[in-house]
Write a protein that binds this ligand. Structure first.
Ligand code: SAM
Length: 190
């Protein structure tokens, strides 16, 4: 297939805006794959902030970052992404170039612990305040499980209401696949 799959396309979008020395955020650290990807993009002179509410996620990701010699440029926080604005120091506000959410539950972890629309939407609203102009928020949405469907509906409703003078909002999805495959919402701050 020549078209980008959902996860590869999420990375294509992040690569467009995040470079060496930049600041970016992994809003749902999980097993750390996106954190590692972003840490490689920003290099030793950049900074990644990572958020997750599960100790297991923070532990696994810390190990992965140490193994790959990427720990120096990453600051991991055992707290929800709804607290991003509080955690990021003032000097980094308006400098965030990219942010990613991989919604749902931790693969291999407790499937009862999932992202929820209230906190996800609060995080997106706060990010729109503290991103740099042309910064991109990438949200990968899994709507194949019941809570995911509720979150997908709430989030789609919210992002459609963002005024076009404030941000460009994109949806990227395969529309002929079975079993509710994940899709992307990307928001570029203007
Ligand atoms: N990006 C991850 C990776 O590469 O492995 C996968 C993320 S996983 C699908 C979703 C994660 O979101 C889980 O680890 C879960 O604990 C976390 N999560 C749930 N609610 C959260 C919140 N309010 N803030 C931050 N993380 C949250």
């Amino acid at each position: 297939m020549k078209l980008d799959g959902i996860l590869p396309f999420a990375r294509v979008l992040l690569e467009k805006v995040v470079s060496a020395g930049d600041i970016a955020i992994d809003c749902t650290v999980g097993n750390g794959k996106d954190t590692v990807f972003l840490a490689n993009l920003v290099g030793k002179t950049g900074k990644i902030y990572g958020f997750d509410i599960q100790e297991l996620a923070i532990m696994k990701t810390t190990e992965k970052l140490i193994e790959n010699d990427l720990i120096k440029q990453v600051s991991l926080h055992l707290t929800g992404h709804e607290n991003i604005k509080m955690v990021l120091p003032n000097e980094h506000h308006n400098k965030v170039r990219g942010a990613i959410f991989n919604l749902g539950y931790l693969p291999g972890g407790d499937k009862e612990i999932v992202t929820v629309p209230e906190t996800t939407i609060k995080a997106v609203q706060d990010l729109l305040e503290i991103m740099a102009p042309e910064g991109i928020i990438v949200i990968v949405i899994y709507h194949g499980h019941p809570e995911g469907e509720v979150e997908s509906d709430a989030l789609s409703y919210y992002v459609k209401s963002i005024p076009q003078e404030k941000a460009h909002v994109l949806e990227y999805r395969f529309i002929n696949q079975t079993n509710n495959p994940p899709f992307i919402i990307a928001i570029e701050k203007r």
